[in-house]
Design a protein around this ligand. Structure first.
Ligand code: 8YV
Length: 336
């Protein structure tokens, strides 16, 4: 039994997922089902020491120093689609397989992105705060009047799986013309099926009535939207970010919202989260949610199950033995 691979679980997770792991592995789960840990200090390396695999999410920083401190490690499997918290190059160099969790969260995240965009456009959160504060006394023709969503131009920055799922919602459900910007253009047939048109970034900013950001975070997407970009947008426009904090300059956004450079915003992700830029908390015209776009119970479970599938495959278990389904650096396995 002591021969079983030892798996570190770096986030609180469903009891059923811990049980499934325990069937095959020795499980080191300091967070259990409900005790989140702050792994920003040296505690992570100490907790992971001697482990063969790691089950993580976007909140666990897997950097080169950690990889060096954990020589027995063979796999890092995240239940998130984004993996900017993992130094994949360092893992590859050390022979550590990395997997993420794409596809299973696409539709759920697109639902939430669309909802956040609608909430920003139609001022739903502002309306709730207004009502709860006891300020609703009279009907007014312009009370919390926002921008229409149907028929407005939907702009998408980053046209991967989630961007495409948002585009489909806008085009098919709300009659929205869709423009997008992405480093690589989609094949014409895909564009036609989605009803989406590629434009340069400047045109995207100038034409979108509702801009939704869905690009992965990297050095090249850091502050892709800052003061200069916001100044190009329509004063009636909304901006929604369900990608990563850091893609948007939060200080510049708070300033733009306060000055009416754009009308409103919907944010699920923040630079330095769970801290939120204090200026964002001061402006009324922004809907703020705590990084929950993928959080339907069914989808969170599917994300976790996919990470488990990858771990089992890396350690030679089950039908996918040796073939982790969503490996980011499968070349690592070919080397052994
Ligand atoms: C995760 C996410 O919930 O998948 C992603 O990239 O951002 C979210 O779905 C998050 O990473 C958990 O920490």
């Amino acid at each position: 039994r002591s021969q079983r691979p030892r798996i570190f679980v770096g986030v609180p997770i469903f009891a059923e997922v811990l049980q499934a792991l325990a069937a095959d592995f020795e499980v080191v789960a300091p967070c259990g089902t409900d005790t989140p840990a702050d792994w920003s200090g040296p505690a992570l390396a100490a907790a992971m020491a001697g482990c063969d695999g790691a089950f993580v999410a976007g909140t666990v920083p897997v950097d080169a120093a950690l990889i060096a401190a954990c020589p027995t490690l063979r796999a890092v499997c995240t239940m998130a689609v984004g993996y900017n918290n993992i130094d994949v190059a360092a893992c590859t160099a050390a022979g550590v397989l990395v997997s993420n969790a794409p596809d299973v969260l696409t539709e759920t995240t697109a639902d939430f992105g669309f909802a956040l965009m609608m909430a920003a456009a139609r001022r739903i959160a502002e309306g709730e705060h207004y009502l709860r504060a006891g300020r609703w006394k009279h009907w007014r023709y312009d009370l919390l009047a926002g921008a229409d969503v149907h028929g407005a131009t939907l702009g998408i920055l980053g046209m991967g799986r989630i961007g495409q799922a948002i585009a489909r919602r806008g085009a098919a459900g709300f009659g929205m013309p869709v423009v997008y910007h992405n480093r690589s253009r989609l094949p014409e047939a895909t564009e036609a099926a989605l009803g989406a048109r590629w434009v340069d970034k400047d045109t995207l900013l100038r034409t979108a009535d509702h801009l939704v950001i869905v690009v992965p975070y990297s050095a090249s997407s850091h502050h892709l939207i800052g003061a200069a970009e916001l100044a190009c947008m329509k004063p009636t426009a909304t901006l929604t970010n369900v990608a990563r904090g850091g893609v948007v300059d939060d200080a510049a956004l708070a300033d733009a919202l306060a000055r009416g450079v754009i009308a409103s915003a919907g944010l699920d992700v923040f630079e330095g989260e769970p801290a939120v830029h204090p200026a964002l908390l001061q402006v009324p015209n922004v809907v703020l949610t705590p990084h929950i776009a993928s959080a339907s119970l069914r989808t969170r479970r599917a994300m976790a199950d996919l990470a488990v599938r990858n771990l089992r495959a890396v350690f030679g278990l089950g039908e996918e033995a040796g073939r982790p389904p969503t490996a980011l650096n499968p070349e690592v396995l070919a080397r052994v």
